[in-house]
Ligand binder design. Structure first.
Ligand SMILES: *Cc1c(COP(=O)(O)O)cnc(C)c1O
Length: 239
């Protein structure tokens, strides 16, 4: 094995151990939680190694980086998740490789995604990104819609050609009532997911938890954790 492959294998094993322990502590089966490795800022060669090591879900947050990487890895059996704030002028490109867009947070984006998904003949899964720190405008610091806006957006996605409503995503807030209370934030997301599934029973995905707080997310009931740093290392730049 190359040095990098040895390093990534060791990091993956540690993350796997953490997820397994968190599942055991929560009385959940390991298969209930899917690991998504966030490969942002890291090269396509790392994505290839991760695929060789058995990773099947990767995530990116910037189309400029993601599009060439996804193209370079098109031969690999990977599902690509888009987790960044998404401008409508990037939607055509993102729909070209993303299986799931986790950051749906406004109606204009739903319209653009639907149009491009139909054009490309693809079905794109959508998660509504929930901002638990939403301000008076109803939007979060790092994207996302306030809890009160979920239902309308989910209905819009469900009725949009080429799109599928898969569930909810959040990032633990740094400000507001949930700052420093990751477990409480993720439990709130689970409650919102329960509400969502009344109208959309197939929207079962709950994407929460990153390198620092995946245990809290698994404890709260997350179905998907998004882990970057703990697998790939500290990112060279903000991403
Ligand atoms: C970067 C990122 C992650 C991964 O964060 P780490 O702390 O590196 O594990 C997860 N979710 C989103 C939306 C991200 O942008």
């Amino acid at each position: 094995m190359t040095d990098r492959k040895t390093e990534l294998a060791a990091n993956l094993a540690k993350v796997e151990e953490r997820i397994t322990a968190a599942c055991a502590a929560a009385g959940r089966r390991r298969e209930e939680v899917t690991l998504i490795v966030v490969t942002k800022t890291y090269p396509a060669s790392d994505v290839r190694i991760l695929s060789e090591l058995g990773v099947r879900h990767v995530a990116e947050n910037r189309d400029q980086d993601a599009a060439p990487k996804a193209a370079a890895c098109a031969d690999l059996p990977l599902k690509w998740h888009f987790v960044g704030q998404l401008q409508t002028n990037k939607v055509r490109s993102v729909v070209g490789y993303a299986d799931v867009v986790q950051s749906v947070d406004r109606s204009r984006l739903v319209g653009a995604l639907s149009k491009e998904a139909v054009r490309a003949g693809r079905e794109v899964g959508c998660l509504i990104q929930v901002a638990l720190d939403a301000d008076a405008s109803g939007r979060g610091e790092r994207g996302g819609v306030a809890p009160g806006g979920i239902e309308e957006l989910a209905d819009l996605v469900a009725g949009a050609p080429g799109l599928r409503i898969d569930g909810l995503m959040t990032v633990a807030p740094l400000a507001g009532e949930y700052a420093g209370r990751e477990r409480a934030a993720f439990e709130r997301l689970m409650d919102l997911s329960t509400d969502l599934r009344r109208a959309h029973p197939a929207a079962t995905m709950v994407s929460a938890g990153m390198s620092a707080d995946l245990e809290q997310a698994v404890a709260a009931g997350a179905t998907h954790v998004r882990v970057g740093t703990a697998v790939l290392g500290v990112r060279p730049r903000l991403g």
